[in-house]
Ligand binder design. Structure first.
Ligand code: QAP
Ligand code: CO
Length: 168
């Protein structure tokens, strides 16, 4: 098991579009384990492979209080089930320290595969629905800051740029 380094905004690698997973092998299962370890350590409720610089359609999620309900989401597809939207304060392990409101559909149906390649269907609402959409955005090279005003986004970018310069 190992903790994986997380890419941070505005790293251009976060803009990569992820490829579908075609081989459900031990290497994939090890990556999924490492992603859970990295996510729980952060701590976070969702992590997309894009964030650890692996450009395949793989997501780990656990929105439970007890951190005992891991969800593996591979090759996801979603369908919006309701007109209602949810305004929720979102954060992101790739945008550390910043939280802003984002509006998204609040009821979805997810079709995805687990780490064995088995397909499942799940209906989600509220936090889980928002988290799934946030993570699928990562696979498309999209970040929650893209939903904010250009001014807010550029303020976040300069603050993180400054922090990154101090680290080097
Ligand atoms: C996405 O985000 C999400 O800034 C998952 O310093 C978040 O796990 C979906 C985190 C909220 C819906 C609502 C963020 C950890 C974790 C930070 C996360 C930080 C440390 C974010
Ligand atoms: Co994120």
């Amino acid at each position: 098991m190992s903790l994986l380094p997380i890419l941070e905004f505005p790293d251009p690698r976060l803009r990569t579009i992820a490829e579908p997973v075609t081989e459900f092998n031990d290497e994939l299962r090890q990556l999924v384990k490492d992603m859970f370890e990295t996510m729980y350590d952060a701590p976070g409720i969702g992590l997309a492979a894009t964030q650890v610089n692996v450009h395949q359609r793989i997501i780990t999620i656990d929105t439970s209080e007890e951190k005992d309900n891991p969800l593996v989401v591979i090759n996801p597809q979603i369908e919006v089930l309701a007109e209602e939207t949810e305004r929720m304060q979102e954060g992101c392990l790739s945008v550390p320290g910043f939280y802003e409101d984002v509006v998204r559909p609040n009821k979805i149906r997810l079709t995805a595969q687990n780490e064995l390649g088995e397909e499942y269907v799940l209906e989600a609402d509220d936090l889980l629905a928002v988290c799934i959409q946030h993570e699928i955005d990562h696979l498309e090279g999209k970040l929650f800051v893209d939903y904010l005003s250009p001014l807010k986004r550029s303020r976040i970018r300069s603050k993180l740029d400054k922090l990154h310069r101090q680290k080097v």
